[in-house]
Ligand binder design. Structure first.
Ligand SMILES: C[S@@+](CC[C@H](N)C(=O)[O-])C[C@H]1O[C@@H](n2cnc3c(N)ncnc32)[C@H](O)[C@@H]1O
Length: 264
């Protein structure tokens, strides 16, 4: 049992005791100021990702790829705005390594962190192609401004620094397996999906409105084969993911840090 699992058990057992208030304070403080402890949170994400794979039916060995993935350069580069988190990237890497997909489709590229990790895994597999759709939004200055969406969530006004291209983080040596389509997912996704008999993994990380998430999930699902995956970031922004789970038969699902995973 690793440190975080032990801490979780200890926390659950003791948080309601009088001195347990200190534990609650400590946990909340660390979470609120997690940028002060990137190493701690990376370790915690890794621990949850390992646990996830040990529970995922038929994929218990996929967790071994986490060790390989964590050495990839992108985990040391955190300078793009609104990028997929470490946990998401760990899962993407290990899943792509484990199922060795022919086709992965993602929506939402920004500076290209998730595209980069998927392509790293495909490069190790020596197999597969990634199709990404992105409607690029640029920002100037050090950090992008933000606004409140209709659903009351804080969204960034821009994701790619002015002067850079969407997906600029992705190294040159990985690009031969990548097709990047610029445009709105609602317009581009149906045509793209229509080209394939199957999509082994679909990953949503574009516009997180209820309508758009529902649209993308429903468009991709029929092309995902049994033992394929639908993944989504920011599932807590609205009910689209929850409703989709209820309506569609699947083998397994789980969620962590707003990242949702469905095994068909
Ligand atoms: C959260 S970011 C994606 C982060 C990316 N997965 C990464 O790891 O860096 C969302 C991206 O989706 C783009 N986007 C927003 N609305 C979109 C839409 N309707 N269709 C396609 N892309 C969209 C944004 O411009 C932005 O680049």
């Amino acid at each position: 049992m690793d440190f975080f699992t032990k801490f979780k058990l200890f926390y659950k057992k003791n948080k309601d005791r009088p001195w347990g208030r200190f534990l609650v304070f400590l946990k909340n403080f660390c979470y609120k100021h997690k940028y002060l402890f990137p190493f701690l949170f990376f370790k915690q994400d890794l621990s949850v990702a390992r646990e996830f794979f040990s529970n995922l039916p038929g994929f218990s060995k996929a967790g071994n790829y986490l060790e390989e993935g964590k050495k990839k350069g992108l985990f040391r580069q955190k300078f793009s705005s609104g990028h997929s988190g470490d946990f998401d990237c760990m899962i993407l890497y290990a899943l792509v390594r484990a199922i060795k997909p022919d086709v992965v489709v993602e929506t939402g590229v920004a500076s290209g962190r998730s595209s980069w990790i998927i392509l790293e895994a495909m490069d190790e597999n020596k197999k597969g192609r990634l199709y990404s759709i992105d409607l690029p939004k640029y920002y100037s200055g050090k950090i992008p401004a933000s606004y409140l969406t209709r659903e009351g969530k804080e969204e960034l006004c821009g994701f790619v620094p002015e002067g850079k291209q969407p997906g600029w983080l992705v190294p040159e040596y990985l690009r031969s397996r990548w097709t990047l389509i610029l445009g709105e997912s609602r317009k581009e996704l149906p045509g793209l999906i229509g080209k394939f008999d199957k999509i082994d993994i679909f990953y949503h990380d574009s516009e997180h409105s209820y309508e758009n998430m529902k649209f993308e999930f429903e468009a991709a699902w029929p092309k995902i084969p049994l033992a394929g995956f639908l993944l989504s970031d920011d599932i807590g922004w609205n009910n689209a993911f929850k409703e989709f789970l209820v309506k569609n038969k699947h083998k397994f699902d789980c969620a962590y840090r707003n990242f949702g995973i469905i095994l068909k």
